[in-house]
Design a protein around this ligand. Structure first.
Ligand SMILES: [Zn+2]
Length: 77
């Protein structure tokens, strides 16, 4: 398993929100989220911005990515 750097995380945020990452890249992305509070906040900001721009509800995230994300947030507590 490769570890993502914050710089790479930021580069992939948009692709993640669009569900455009490969399953492997998505897993690395989520693993990083679980380890890094700063990137978690950044993702949340980006998600809210994307929602504001598109008017899409958070439910528009692909189901798998969304549940994996929720799990990642849950395990951080
Ligand atoms: Zn990070």
């Amino acid at each position: 398993m490769s570890e993502l750097e914050c710089r790479e995380f930021v580069e992939q945020v948009t692709a993640f929100l669009e569900g455009a990452l490969s399953p492997e890249a998505e897993q690395d992305f989520i693993d990083h989220l679980a380890l890094c509070d700063g990137c978690g906040r950044y993702l949340e900001q980006m998600r809210q911005t994307a929602q504001a721009l598109t008017g899409l509800p958070a439910d528009a995230l692909p189901g798998d990515a969304r549940s994996a994300l929720l799990n990642a947030f849950r395990t951080r507590r």
